[in-house]
Design a protein around this ligand. Structure first.
Ligand SMILES: [Zn+2]
Length: 144
């Protein structure tokens, strides 16, 4: 039984529709992988510490109801959150704005890693640069 230590959801309202992104935090990597395998029928690399699942399955099976962002306690940082949010945002964008059968859509839905890594690295780098420049970044919308 995979152990989830925290779980919640956020709702996003786009011009097209409403989307739900579920976040589940697991106690261990093994717990997260068990959950992922049950959910998707896939077995992925065991050293991965996060997944975003959901909307991209729709290109094969009909669109799923929500994205799930799966995280492991103790392995969560800004770069990872931005990376996984990029996957969720891409999937939502595809559902809202792109025809699912299109070849480019299939490619983009399955090969989001380059853009997700770029977004994680870029956000962390820009925040680091702004800090070095003594530019204050408001945390107002983060509710931290
Ligand atoms: Zn990724």
């Amino acid at each position: 039984m995979s152990k989830i230590i925290a779980e919640g959801l956020v709702r996003l309202y786009t011009e097209q529709s409403q989307h739900v992104v579920v976040v589940k935090v697991f106690e261990t990597k093994e717990d997260m992988h068990d959950h992922y395998s049950k959910l998707t029928g896939k077995i992925e690399e065991r050293d991965v510490v996060a997944y975003t699942t959901g909307k991209d399955w729709g290109l094969q099976d009909g669109f799923g109801p929500a994205n799930e962002i799966l995280l492991v306690d103790g392995s969560i940082d800004l770069r990872l959150i931005v990376h996984e949010c990029t996957h969720a945002a891409n999937d939502i964008y595809l559902v809202d704005y792109v025809k699912p059968k299109d070849e480019a859509t299939k490619h983009y839905a399955r090969d989001q890693e380059p853009i997700a890594y770029l977004m994680g690295d870029l956000v962390v780098a820009i925040l680091g640069l702004l800090k070095d420049l003594n530019v204050k970044v408001s945390m107002k919308n983060l509710n931290l």
